[in-house]
Design a protein around this ligand. Structure first.
Ligand SMILES: [Zn+2]
Ligand SMILES: [Zn+2]
Length: 280
């Protein structure tokens, strides 16, 4: 069994207010646990701070981040991750290889230092290890990981993590085709086919997409289509637009759920989901 917890479910920028309290306002961060395995966290958005609070103080803490890409909403939580203040922490970050040859480590060191941040990343006590990946398959303990480049703005990965016959796919930022008909890139399809839980970009309504079709994201309708086309068992709508109210989001998720062959819910901060195969 894989256990998934949502710590941040928003896209683009954190938000706060009475009308977003139910689903939460932190940006992308999802943790995945399996008994006896190294914990995995997808993305380093502001939700990471809350995951950090849960695990801070764990002796010899060792975790792995599967980072989809370097946009602020997916990275700004890193310097606020409390386990990084301890020298017995090891944090490994797998991130997309950059086409311009610059290393991920170099890019983070450039970003987290004065004057943009008060403390340089290299002065944090923890051991932070960077790995660059592309279209790859690798293992973290007994967990099998597939990373594939997916359409977005700039080099971006999606991930699929499997243990025995249970799998979770994370496609946080995913550009839907701008043309008339829906299609799916081969890499994204490999990640989604028959997966047990698909966490998928659902930032826009169809109406919004007509204005913002090159912003790198998907609509609720496209997320539903991907889930149905790939025979996904459960779909979590994710990367909610920061301007989407709880009421609007609930209504939208309800509409998708009523018309979708796949079981659907809108990801909510603080929610945990146990993922098992249908046959289990
Ligand atoms: Zn994003
Ligand atoms: Zn992005």
């Amino acid at each position: 069994m894989l256990n998934v917890t949502f710590h941040g479910v928003r896209g683009s920028t954190p938000c706060h207010g009475d009308d977003t309290r139910h689903f939460g306002g932190n940006t992308s961060c999802v943790s995945l646990r399996a008994a006896g395995e190294i914990p995995i966290v997808f993305d380093l958005g502001t939700g990471l701070r809350y995951y950090g609070r849960q695990v801070n103080g764990t002796k010899d803490f060792h975790a792995v981040c599967l980072l989809t890409h370097l946009h602020y909403d997916h990275t700004m939580g890193l310097p606020f991750f409390e386990p990084l203040l301890h020298s017995d922490t090891t944090f490994e970050i797998y991130a997309p290889r950059q086409p311009d040859g610059r290393s991920i480590k170099e890019l983070f060191l450039e970003k987290i230092k004065p004057p943009m941040f008060p403390v340089p990343l290299e002065q944090f006590a923890a051991r932070i290890v960077f790995h660059e990946v592309g279209d790859d398959d690798f293992s973290i303990g007994n967990l099998r990981v597939s990373s594939r480049y997916v359409p977005h703005v700039g080099p971006t990965l999606g991930f699929r993590v499997s243990l025995a016959d249970v799998s979770v796919t994370y496609l946080s930022d995913h550009q839907q085709p701008t043309g008339e008909s829906y299609t799916l890139a081969d890499g994204a399809r490999e990640l989604c086919d028959d997966t047990d839980l698909l966490i998928h970009d659902a930032q826009f309504t169809d109406e919004e997409f007509t204005e913002k079709c090159t912003w790198g994201h998907s609509t609720y309708s496209y997320a539903r289509w991907v889930a149905e086309t790939c025979r996904v068992k459960r779909l979590a709508l994710f990367h909610h637009d920061p301007s989407r109210s709880d009421e609007a989001l609930s209504a939208m998720a309800g509409d998708v759920a009523r018309s979708c062959a796949t079981s659907v819910f809108a990801a909510r901060e603080g929610e945990s989901v146990d993922v098992v195969t249908c046959s289990a």
